[in-house]
Ligand binder design. Sequence first.
Ligand SMILES: [Zn+2]
Length: 347
Amino acid sequence: MLTTISFHPAATHHPKFWISDGNVVLSAVSMDKEQTVLFRIHKSMLSDQSEVFASMFALSQTQDDGGIIADLETYEGLPLVRLHDAAEDLDALLNALQDTSPLSELSTISDTPLRVRPALRLASKYLMNDLRGRLVHIVELMWPRTLEDLESKTMLYDGVRKIEKGGEKWPWVFLPEPIASINLAEEFDIPSILPAAYYHLLRCSPSADWDTVQKLGFKTLRNKVPARWPQLTHSSSHKLLKLREVLDDSVGYWTTYLHHNRAADCDNQKPKVCKELWVSIQKGGKERRRSVLTSRDPLLVLTKTHEELEESELCYGCFDVVERNSRRIRDDIWNTLCSISCPKSRI
Ligand SMILES: [Zn+2]
């Protein structure tokens, strides 16, 4: 029996999710409020994943005194459930329920967080924990989640940036835009990616706008790293300012630590060799300090220095001092990142 039920704005069937043997119709209005979109699906698609939807479907029915169950509202003979979510978000949710792999495909314009967001919003709202976990994992894979991983990615980024400098494309795949990720992580409680995302935001230049670069081409960057600055929230800006303050205050300590306590540990048969190396390390402090302030990338500077010393004739005893001091500073940087980027969470 065809119903005379009406929709405002006018309704249209969803081109993909109008399944001929579906047993429920969901309605949702498009973001521009121009259209009501009707989805005919199987109830189990949603109720198997979400108790909220299971309850919603149960509440869409009524039972009379004789125990006969009837739908409160129907469309073309099927129960109709009106949702207050945007049709685009529901479309994203149903697509993600079918297959999340398109969302995890590497993107050349670093828009994975933006593409994941609609489905993640509804998966979180309707307590679809399994789907939510899979979507969060896609975002987590974009970013290093440990200090060691951040250090190795930092070296990789540095190498890729040098290679790509004269090329036609910027390696977004290796160097994700951080603000979209930070916004998603802050909104949906994904603290695991915040330390690395904020660290990368430190490296970005406020004068390099992501959307402008997309229009004009990456060659206009002049080696600056862009971000979606207009989307940065007040609270994220505050965290970034705190990180910059720590960087400014700590740069001296971070770049001169290498020569602490050297004498007692030297076991070189030719101690003069070590002594000269320590002097050169000490002299290099100024240059390292300048590099950190220019690049806002202390881990890169530390790792490069560490690699250079590994190649040097520094004795095991002295190099052990370098190792221990270097570890302490890198841990200090990581702990600072964690405490400022996600103060209430435990990574
Ligand atoms: Zn030595």
